[in-house]
Design a protein around this ligand. Sequence first.
Ligand SMILES: *Cc1c(COP(=O)(O)O)cnc(C)c1O
Length: 358
Amino acid sequence: MKSQPSPQLRPAVESLPAYVAGRRATSALTEPLASNESHHLPVPAVLSAIARAAVRVNRYPDMGSLSLREAIATHLSVGLDQVAVGPGSVGVLAQLITAMCDPGDEVIFAWRSFEAYPILCQVAGATAVKVPLAADERHDLDAMAAAVTDRTKVILLCSPNNPTGTGMSDADVRYLLGKVPSSVLVVLDEAYREYAADSPDSLKLLADFPNLCLLRTFSKAYGLASLRVGYAVAAPAIAEGLRRTQIPFSVSGVAEAAAVAALGVTDDVQERATEVAAERDRVLAAARELGWNLPDSAANFIWIRLEDDLREALVDAFNEAEILVRGYAGDGVRITIASREANDRVLAVLAEQASLAG
Ligand SMILES: *Cc1c(COP(=O)(O)O)cnc(C)c1O
């Protein structure tokens, strides 16, 4: 019998790298410090909102996620028409690229930055334009502005940057916005905003630059990673485009209820994030004391740039100590900050492996 042709994936999908999520914990002992989640359980008010919403899971949620959009608009003092939600801020970013880019249109971002960026571009048929980070691990804003062409639709700024932890100042964002055409949408991904001591006044920037779009998530400091909910704040026409490209009902009723409740306890969330930031600074200082060379971090993780053989040796040492960290081929190792005990275990490994520090 002649072999029959089989259905073929699009070439762009065929060549996609598999998304390498943080590795799964292999035992109860293993500290999962690989995906930058909060190590805190959700606060009681959020847990009870989840329980209340759980009894309604036989029904579809509100398609417009109106109560969540209203809560966000009120929380930030922006218009309801400026808010769009989605299944995690990665989901919102997928909506955004779909809404903004025809095949071959360009999306500029720093590299290394968030793993999802090139994948989302490729799936959408957009061209990813990666601009290398500067030597100090920060976004190279002049090079990013210089990379703009007449096909550029979107520039992604990640601040604090995943995985390097480096944060942009208000002046940095303003500088970039001042250099790029007003027709290019500049997206500020603020997934780790709550951990930064000095984050941009992004709502003021949004008021000054209608081509800015803020991307925020409930997955990190708000502690709801598994529920999948994030949002964008942008000019009404952009936000409308993001709502149109959202997969219907992709924000569940449980996620919506939890997010609304979480916005109600923002002070507790911020207090926890500030504690994590203090732990981060303690770990950074102790690691430097041991001879490791690390950039300052504005996020809930730290970054060690290492050549590949040293990186592999360090990741192996962490795995042996049952601590899951994230290694990046060609670049380095990212370690999530968690409880004080977990952080002390990280420091013990860094002490033991100090000979790898260059
Ligand atoms: C974790 C993370 C997000 C959040 O993703 P969700 O889809 O909201 O869980 C967004 N951007 C960056 C850079 C991240 O590291």
